[in-house]
Structure formats: structure tokens, C-alpha cells
Design a protein around this ligand. Structure first.
Ligand SMILES: [Ca+2]
Length: 535
């Protein structure tokens, strides 16, 4: 925090005086003398996993993965069953969280390895301007180049990255000690300034320690295998390794909550725990099926959020920006944002369906890796309602995964599927013959439209586009999605494609050979390198 920022914060707090700003607790301002208690604005702790899907948490009834910290937040606050990220890829999802916009309204910030348009409004900046101390640890807005597009201000305040775990960590686990870094942030902030802190775990993103689940006592029978993967030992073991990383992440959250509690701030902190996109497996991450976009979400805010509630409303990660701004007593609509504050849901006493109009979400994808000729993306938009999932694939002649003939920026074929034991199994020559249906679902091309009845087909594998019985609902969903996209000004629905020309700002490994902001010599050098660590 700079001196100027600190001073801005002080001036703001002085200006708001005793105005009621919605904070739960009343505390002394910290000044000496006989000043009356001043309403305090809440702190916000935003905990974001990397590649963690619904319903892989104890609070959702998944007995195979232990998540006591998430379960505590849910038990002492609200648990959401229909929370969706805006896009199933790291950077675009994080952009939508920060800006409150769908990715197709966020320009070059709407793709992996993109950059921020200069004038994109972020809630973190609005909080900072109003006196909040803003910081983050581990993965912030990444991967990408935050400044190439002209935005000079850090997207999520000051980084706190110095603390590392004292003991060696398992392969694939981040060496950074998130909780200890949060403790440093708390110690460094100006006294009595409200804070916003982003804990950006890099778990359960790959890579995983292969066999860690089995080695730590998990059983192959614990793994739940959806209908689109072969039910084989290799894949079950890979699922258990994913569970191990979720558990590690949850343990770091528990430590972080302890630190917050010891600091005396827990009761005045709005705590949000969720994920940026779905699990890193075929037909999950980088897909608009539930496995790619339906997210765990629990929110705790004592005094404002009644404990023990489960909410079935459809909420989008584009709603967080307005939520945090309203909690801080600020105007809720960032320019260009579409999200709506969750506070009416959070402060309601109701469970189940709270706001009946929240009965859908829209999700979208353009670019994950560079895995097609000429920077071609795999453009998709989807409308998810209570009973149906409608997906529009705008370029069905392209391979959704990048296909078997193009060496992607990750230096693999099918580059939009992260390298992993499950992918290895799929790409063994025999699998295409022995598990043809699963192979086609995960690695084949797709029709221009997909339509699934979720209650009878939760894994979303039976496309009803040609089913007479679904025709009326299909038509309704198709029209509704098109109207929303047109209303939002999505270039894709107008037949435009700015995304193929957005620079891919990767600077490490083989993938940098696709970075057109580098010189030809630098790109040629990168072409001789191996794969970078996936982000
Ligand atoms: Ca991610």
C-alpha cells in the first residue's frame, strides 16, 4: 500500500464519518478519546481454488473428499448449489470475477494469456479508491500480461508471496504458504483499514503427484466416474489425486481462517470460497457442461448471512463484483458489468429459491490454449436453466480439444485438454476402439447445437437436439440465449471474431513461440523449448 493510497483511505474514512455502511459489527475507530463507535465496513476474504468443480466437497454430500473448512463456511453461512463461473478457463474466469462482465464484453481480458483493456473497470480498484487495503497471495489474475493493453494499475493490489512452507510439499503443490502470506498482509495493512484479500490457490490445478490418493489411503471405489470417461483404474486413481489436492487447498483455508479469527477480524469479514473453473479432465475444464462451469460456493458473513442456509438460485461469478461493492457501501454497477449483487439473497432468511428470477446463467468460451491454426478459438455460448443446458457451438467443424494434428502452445495434441493420466489413457490407440463412445464425447467434434435434460441426464451426454419431445424447450432456449447475447452486444452473435487476433502473451516454454508481441528471433528460440508448467 502506497502512502497516497493510505491517505486516500484515511480521507475516505474521515468523510464517511458515522454513515451507516452496512457493516455488522460496531467497534471503536481505534482513535483515542471519547469518540462514539464508528460503523465499520466489512473486510472481504475471497478464496479462489484453481480447477475445482461442484460437487466435490463434503457440504454437498461427497464423502470421498474431506473439506472441513469449506463445510464450516457453508454451515456458518450460505451454501450455493447453482453457482457458475463465467468461463471455464483461468484468465477469462478471473476477468469476469473482477469486472462483473461476461468474457465477450471484456475484450482481450476474455482469453487465456490475454491482457486488460486500458479502461476496464475492476471492483478491486473501486474498493481501493474507497479506502480498502487490497492484496493477494499466489495466483491473482493469471496467466496473462496485465499491462500490455495499457492498464498500469495492479489488478488485485499488492502481492504477498514471500512465505514458503517449512516442510517439503508434495509434487504439484504450491510452495507458497498462503496462510502465512495472508498473515503478512494483515500485519502490513494500515490499522483499522477494511481489507479485501484474494487467496488464489493453485490447487487443484495440475500437475498432481501420480498415485498420491492411493498412497494416502483413498480407495479406487471412492472415485465417482461420470458417464463420459471409461471406468478404469488409471482414471479412478487420477480422480483420487485430484481429491488430494482439494483437501490440501481446504487445509490451507482452515489455517487462513484461524489466522483471521486470531486477528479478531473473523466476525467482521465476508468470506467467499469458490473456484475459477472445473476440474482438469477431458470434457470438464474448458467445456460448458456442468463439470466445467458449475462451481462450489459458500459464503459466510456473521450478522448479515443467517447460518445453515442452502440456496438454489442460479448465480454467476459476474455477480461477485456488485456483491462486494454493495457490501462496502459503494455503487454496485461497474461500467459495462452485467452482474447483480447477491446481498438480497445473502441477507434473506429464506432457503431454497430466494429470488425466483434467478433461474438461468449464461457461460462462454473463446480461447484457452493456442491449439488451432491461425489462432482459431473454439467459440461456445451456453444457457443453463434449472432443467436444461443449451450449448451453441459456433465453429462445429473445428476440434473442441484442438484435435490430433496440431501441436498446441502446451506442446501437446488436443491442447485444450491438460496433460494427465486420464488423457494418456484416452490417447492410447486401443482406447478409441474399446471405449468409442467415451472417446467421441471427450475428443470428438460436436454439432452446432447441444441440448441436455439435466434431471434425467446429469452428466449431459444425451444430446436432445433432434428429439421431437424436446423441440419446444429447445426453441425457447435457443431464442432466449440469442436475445441475451444480442442484448449484451456479444460480437460473436453478430458474426464477428476479434478473438483470433488477440495476442497470446505467454513468455515461457514452447508456447512463447505463439506470442506475436515477441520478436521473430525470440519466437524461434521458444520453438526449440519444452512445454512450460501449465497454468
Ligand atoms: Ca483454473
Amino acid at each position: 500500500m502506497t502512502e497516497a493510497q493510505t491517505r486516500r483511505g484515511f480521507l475516505y474514512r474521515a468523510a464517511v464519518g458515522t454513515a451507516t455502511l452496512g457493516a455488522a459489527a460496531l467497534t471503536n475507530s481505534g482513535c483515542s478519546g471519547n469518540k462514539p463507535p464508528t460503523p465499520r465496513r466489512p473486510n472481504i476474504l475471497f478464496i479462489l481454488a484453481d480447477d475445482w468443480s461442484f460437487p466435490h466437497a463434503g457440504a454437498y454430500g461427497d464423502a470421498a473428499v474431506k473439506t472441513p473448512a469449506f463445510d464450516r463456511i457453508a454451515r456458518e453461512g450460505a451454501l450455493f448449489t447453482h453457482s457458475f463461473c463465467a468461463s471455464p478457463s483461468c484468465t477469462p474466469s478471473r476477468t469476469s470475477i473482477l469486472s462483473g462482465r461476461p468474457i465477450y464484453k471484456a475484450g482481450e481480458a476474455g482469453v487465456l494469456y490475454g491482457t486488460f483493456p486500458k479502461d476496464l473497470s475492476l471492483f478491486t480498484h473501486a474498493l481501493e479508491d474507497s479506502g480498502y487495503c487490497v492484496g493477494h497471495t499466489a495466483k491473482g489474475w493469471l496467466p496473462g500480461n496485465p499491462t500490455a493493453g495499457g492498464m498500469t494499475r495492479p489488478p488485485i493490489g499488492k502481492p504477498f508471496q514471500d512465505r514458503k512452507h517449512q516442510e517439503p510439499v508434495r509434487v504439484g503443490i504450491d510452495e507458497r504458504d498462503y496462510a502465512a502470506n495472508f498473515n503478512d498482509f494483515l500485519a502490513a495493512r494500515p490499522q483499522n483499514a477494511p481489507f479485501f484479500f484474494w487467496l488464489g490457490s493453485t490447487e487443484p490445478h495440475r500437475i498432481y503427484a501420480k498415485g498420491a490418493g492411493i498412497a494416502n489411503g483413498k480407495k479406487l471405489t471412492d472415485a465417482k466416474v461420470p458417464a463420459y470417461w471409461p471406468d478404469v483404474e488409471e482414471i479412478r486413481s487420477d480422480i483420487l489425486d485430484y481429491y488430494m489436492e482439494i483437501e490440501w487447498f481446504d487445509q490451507q483455508v482452515a489455517r487462513t481462517l484461524d489466522i483471521l479469527e486470531r486477528s479478531g477480524e473473523l466476525e467482521n469479514t465476508l468470506v467467499v470460497m469458490t473456484s475459477d473453473n472445473g476440474l482438469p479432465f477431458p470434457r470438464a475444464k474448458v467445456n460448458l457442461y456442468d463439470a466445467g462451469v458449475r462451481m462450489p460456493l459458500a459464503i459466510r458473513w456473521p450478522g448479515r448471512v443467517a447460518p445453515g442456509r442452502t440456496v438454489h438460485d442460479f448465480v454467476s461469478h459476474t455477480d461477485f463484483a456488485a456483491t462486494f461493492l454493495e457490501a462496502a457501501g459503494l455503487p454496485t454497477q461497474l461500467p459495462g458489468s452485467t452482474g447483480q449483487s447477491l446481498l438480497p439473497i445473502l441477507t434473506s432468511a429464506k432457503s431454497g429459491t430466494v429470488e425466483a428470477h434467478r433461474d438461468f446463467v449464461v457461460t462462454a468460451l473463446e480461447r484457452h490454449t493456442i491449439c488451432r491454426p491461425d489462432g482459431g478459438t473454439y467459440p461456445m455460448r451456453a444457457l443453463r436453466t434449472r432443467d436444461y443446458l443449451y450449448i451453441r457451438n459456433f465453429e462445429p467443424e473445428r476440434w473442441p480439444t484442438g484435435g490430433p494434428d496440431f501441436v498446441s502452445s502446451n506442446k501437446t495434441f488436443h491442447g485444450d485438454v491438460d496433460a494427465c493420466p486420464t488423457k494418456d489413457f484416452f490417447l492410447e490407440p486401443a482406447t478409441k476402439e474399446t471405449h468409442t463412445r467415451e472417446y467421441e464425447l471427450c475428443f470428438g467434434k460436436r454439432p452446432a447445437e447441444e441440448f441436455y435434460h439435466v434431471p434425467s441426464d446429469p452428466d449431459q451426454v444425451r444430446n436432445l437436439v433432434h428429439a421431437d419431445t424436446a423441440a419446444a424447450e429447445l426453441s425457447r432456449h435457443r431464442d432466449r440465449l440469442e436475445a441475451i447475447l444480442k442484448g449484451d452486444g456479444d460480437p460473436r452473435i453478430e458474426g464477428k471474431d476479434p478473438w483470433k487476433d488477440y495476442i497470446y502473451y505467454q513468455t515461457t516454454g514452447y508456447g512463447a513461440s505463439f506470442n506475436l508481441s515477441l520478436s521473430e528471433e525470440e519466437r524461434n528460440q521458444a520453438a526449440g523449448r519444452g512445454s512450460h508448467k501449465p497454468e
